[in-house]
Design a protein around this ligand. Structure first.
Ligand SMILES: O=c1[nH]c(=O)c2[nH]c(=O)[nH]c2[nH]1
Length: 306
């Protein structure tokens, strides 16, 4: 049977290239990062798919090696975004057939250890949430930079409720103004820079922005240290968090938040003989993350240019 005409869309790359990089400062202090780098190249290499002709293929093994070469060449500490840009520039300028490079980097949260309040010269411990980025570099110099945080687990023991939702024959969830609220935030935010040359030259620009965005997300989730802030739903809290980021940072053009609702269920225990073994009084909960609510939204500035 003759086949209809087909269209082939393709990309190839190397996923999860792990690299650690130490920078040794003259004063004895070491800087350290651990990255997991994923590369995807867009290139005109259709003959490899259709005719077994690999002559235009950049080997994914070569892409892996490039990560180590570029890590070595970076003589100063840099952010995941800047490293992704270095790689993206390389692949799109070095290879004639590569039209775009999509680079994802996840940084492991190694944090400098403190001994008796003193920052250690070369000791680190693993923290929790991870700094992520996705950078797309095109041969033309067009650029897209998205930064993010992954695994930011937060919980508050009160100041959360859920009322006024649809009730039907299948609904058993009681309305409440008193519950726990727990989530593991995955956030990503997009910068308005559209070309390589418009990226701010300021050292650690992306790293600082990452710290600042995280701070705003956390402060908005919790509210003031005394009293906090009431959350009528995960949706509402998510929206306020995203809005706070856009309001505070003119150089962020959109924010995407994923906030699973990690339920803490009230515990009531009874038996045939003993109707009240444990009565729930906002004190004993069953933590569960399966199933969980899945709530996500993207908030975009309408005028996204600075
Ligand atoms: O904040 C919440 N949003 C929901 O959409 C939802 N659905 C649900 O069962 N509990 C909750 N809580």
């Amino acid at each position: 049977m003759a086949m209809d005409a087909v269209r082939l869309e393709q990309r190839h790359g190397k996923a999860r290239v792990r690299v650690g990089r130490v920078w040794r400062e003259a004063n004895g202090r070491h800087r350290f990062v651990e990255w997991s780098v994923s590369i995807s190249l867009l290139s005109d290499c259709l003959p490899a798919y259709t005719h077994g002709d690999n002559s235009d293929i950049v080997a994914t093994d070569t892409m892996k090696n490039t990560v180590y070469v570029k890590a070595k060449e970076c003589k100063q500490p840099l952010s995941v975004e800047d490293f992704a840009i270095v790689l993206g520039k390389h692949f799109t300028s070095f290879y004639q057939q590569v039209t775009a490079a999509i680079i994802n980097v996840i940084e492991k949260p190694w944090e400098r250890i403190h001994i008796n309040g003193q920052p250690h010269e070369h000791g680190f411990k693993l923290g929790s949430e991870k700094h992520t980025t996705e950078v797309i570099v095109r041969k033309s110099g067009a650029l897209q930079v998205v930064s993010g945080v992954e695994g930011l687990a937060v919980l508050k023991t009160t100041q959360s409720g859920f009322e006024g939702f649809v009730r039907d024959n299948f609904t058993i969830l009681p309305e409440t103004r008193e519950r726990m609220l727990a989530t593991e935030v995955t956030a990503s935010w997009r910068y308005p820079f559209e070309t390589l040359s418009s990226v701010p030259a300021k050292e650690f620009y992306f790293q600082e922005r990452y710290m600042d965005v995280k701070k705003v997300l956390i402060e908005t989730f919790f509210g003031p240290a005394k009293g906090g802030v009431y959350s009528p739903s995960v949706q509402s809290t998510l929206y306020h968090m995203a809005k706070a980021v856009l309001a505070r940072f003119p150089d962020v053009s959109s924010v995407k938040l994923k906030m699973p609702n990690l339920h803490f269920l009230p515990v009531n225990l009874s038996s045939k003989d003993n109707p009240v073994i444990v009565k729930f009084e906002d004190d004993v909960y069953l933590p569960t993350d399966e199933p969980h609510g899945s709530i996500e939204a993207t908030l975009t500035r309408i005028q996204s240019k600075m």
